[in-house]
Design a protein around this ligand. Structure first.
Ligand SMILES: C[S@@+](CC[C@H](N)C(=O)[O-])C[C@H]1O[C@@H](n2cnc3c(N)ncnc32)[C@H](O)[C@@H]1O
Length: 296
């Protein structure tokens, strides 16, 4: 089964959030200037022309989003990746958990959805939330995070490349939560009909919809899955695999941990600058995350 998205001739300027190791800077596209999606990637209208209707179309599911975030055990001061963050409907819930000293890094491939998430960030005045506009498969993420959220992102869960890239940017033992739609038992015909109508605008394909966490569970440990909504939804929790005790630090981090600024021992970090300044915001977030990662 070939799940990899075809990303052909990706223009250089879509390599957003390129990490500049010397400074720990995350580059973002200028605000209000959406980048084009990578060529060869089909984007659903729901995330393109119809993106402005997304909140209205899916706002009714805020309690489900809250439940998925609730399942993610993150602490104040930690950094969470919101993978496929869309318009940022989970960000507020995540911020309630990580607090002002923590951070949220959204990863979102649709320029329209990312632009709306940035509008939300500016409107809410969230100084510790930033959005990397890129496919999760090749997003350049400037932090090593403590947790990752996959909320209603079936297409991403079906992409082993996206999952690997995200997990490479989590510390060993980092928490993971995922939730979204799935097929109920085959005899639940009305439930499955409803699920198909509900999810069709938001998935590229229903492949893997019987067990959406199939790929993810191969990359994480301590996996627990709870079915909800008569089996037409799920909430999964787990954690990034920790290396065996004997492994060297290079192996422990799989040699892919993003470089950190030299702020060892710093636990308390200053608030991030105004999120309307995407460069400063993401730079400060990267610095703060690095400081938090290095604390004993
Ligand atoms: C149903 S929406 C969920 C958005 C948000 N998590 C929520 O709870 O409302 C799925 C989002 O995943 C994004 N997405 C799909 N494939 C992606 C990929 N490969 N990399 C990054 N984002 C992706 C879509 O653009 C869309 O915004």
């Amino acid at each position: 089964m070939q799940m990899r998205r075809e990303v052909m001739n990706k223009p250089a300027d879509t390599a957003v959030a390129a990490h500049l190791p010397a400074q720990g800077v995350t580059q973002q596209p200028a605000q209000g200037v959406p980048q084009q999606p990578a060529q060869g990637v089909t984007q659903q209208p729901a995330y393109g022309d119809e993106a402005r209707f997304y909140d209205r179309r899916t706002g009714a599911f805020q309690s489900y989003r809250r439940a998925i975030v609730k399942a993610l055990p993150v602490r104040p001061g930690e950094v969470v990746l919101d993978v496929g963050c869309g318009t940022g409907l989970c960000c507020g819930f995540l911020l309630e958990k990580v607090g002002p000293q923590g951070g949220v890094v959204g990863i979102e491939e649709s320029p329209e959805m990312a632009a709306m998430a940035r509008e939300r960030i500016a409107h809410e005045g969230w100084r510790n939330v930033t959005v990397v506009q890129s496919g999760a498969e090749d997003a350049q993420i400037a932090v090593t995070a403590d947790a990752a959220l996959f909320c209603a992102v079936h297409d991403i869960l079906q992409s082993p490349d996206a999952l690997r890239n995200v997990l490479d940017h989590l510390r060993p033992g980092a928490r993971v939560a995922a939730g979204g739609g799935k097929w109920a038992a085959p005899w639940m015909v009305p439930v499955n009909l409803q699920a198909r109508v509900l999810h069709a605008p938001f998935v590229r394909s229903f492949e893997g919809f019987d067990r959406p966490w199939n790929h993810l569970e191969q990359l994480i440990e301590d996996v627990h899955v709870r079915e909800v909504a008569f089996g037409s939804g799920f909430i999964l929790t787990g954690r990034r695999r920790r290396p065996p005790r004997s492994a060297s630090p290079a192996v422990a981090g799989r040699g892919r941990v993003a470089p950190r600024p030299h702020q060892a021992g710093v636990r308390s970090v200053p608030p991030l600058p105004d999120s309307t300044d995407q460069h400063a915001s993401s730079r400060a977030l990267a610095n703060n995350c690095g400081a938090l990662m290095q604390a004993p």
